[in-house]
Design a protein around this ligand. Sequence first.
Ligand code: FAD
Length: 307
Amino acid sequence: MLGPVILAASRSDKMRRFISAAPGTKQVVDRFIAGETVDDVVPIVVDACAKGLEVTLDVVGEDITTPEQAAAARDAYLELVAHLKDLGLGTKAEMSVKLSMFGQALEGGHELALANVRPVVEAAAEIGTTVTLDAEDHTTLDSMFAIHEELRKDFPQTGCVIQAYLFRTEEDATRLAAAGSRVRIVKGAYKEPASVAYQDKAEIDKAYVRILKILMEGDGYPMIGSHDPRLISISQELARRAGRKLDEYEFQMLYGIRSDEHVRLAAEGHRMRVYTAYGTDWYGYFMRRLAEKPANLLFFARSILTK
Ligand code: FAD
C-alpha cells in the first residue's frame, strides 16, 4: 500500500528538499549508499573483491534537467574509470548507468544520452571492464534498448536490464537471450500503470520465473538481480536444468541488503555481484529502496523522530 505513495514522493522536489534536510536521514541513507565520493567507494570495492564478491558501481543521479548536468554525469563516470584502472580488477568491478542521468529526457535526449554514455563504455572497454544500462520507467525503454543495440555494435559486452513487472518483457527477453548478450533481470522498481505492468506481487514473481527460463535456456549471460530467496533457488534449479556451469550466469544484489547472502552464495562458488551506489544525488535511489520494504520506512521515521 505504501510503496506507490513513496514512489510518487520520489519524483517530488518538495519531498526531496524535506527529506534531504531532515535530521536522521543520513544514518538511514548510509545503509544503502556506499559513500559520497569515489575515494569513499574504492576501499569498499577492494574489500568486496577480497571476500570473493564482484561489484557493479552506480554513481547515483537521474532525471537531470540540463546538458551541463549530463556532461557532469559522464565526467563522474570517467573519473570512476580512472580509479578502476589503478585497481586492475577487470570485470570484477563493472559499472551501471541510468540514461536519464546522461540527458535522455532532455530535448534531443536520445542522441545526447548516447553521445554521453559512449565515452564511458569506451573507457570501460579500454580497462577490460563493462557497463550495464539500468532500466528506468517504461517510457524510457525503447530509447534505452536502441542505445544498447547501438553500443553493442562496437562493445558487444554492454549489458542491459529488463523488468519482470512489464508485460513487454517476455518479448524483450526472447530478443535479448542471444549469444554474447548480458541481461540483468529484476522485478522492477518504478511506479507503473496497470496498462503496462502487473500490479500483483504474485503475478510479478510468476513473470520473473517465465523470463528467467527464457534467459537460462537462451545463449546469453543471465544476471539475476534479486534478494528473493525463492527466486534465487528457482534460478539455481533452472540453471542446472539448462546445463549451465556456475560461471555461466551470476547473481546480483544491492549494497546494504541481505549482505550475509552475498557472502554465502559466493562461498558456494556462485558469481555474486554487489550493486554499489555512491554519490550525493541519492534521493531517487534511496526512495525506491524505502518503497521496496515498508519496514525501512518505519526505521527511517524512527530515526528522524529520535533526532
Ligand atoms: P522482494 O520480494 O522485493 O524482496 C525479497 C526480500 O529481499 C525482502 O523480503 C527483503 O528481505 C529483501 N529486500 C528487498 N528489497 C529490500 C530493501 N529495499 N530493503 C531491505 N530489504 C529488502 N529495478 C529497476 O527497475 N531497474 C534496474 O535497473 C534495477 N537494477 C537492480 C539491480 C540489482 C542488482 C538489484 C538487486 C535490483 C535492481 N532493481 C532495479 C530493483 C528491483 O527491481 C527490485 O525493486 C528490488 O530488487 C526488490 O525486489 P527483490 O527481487 O529483491 O524481491
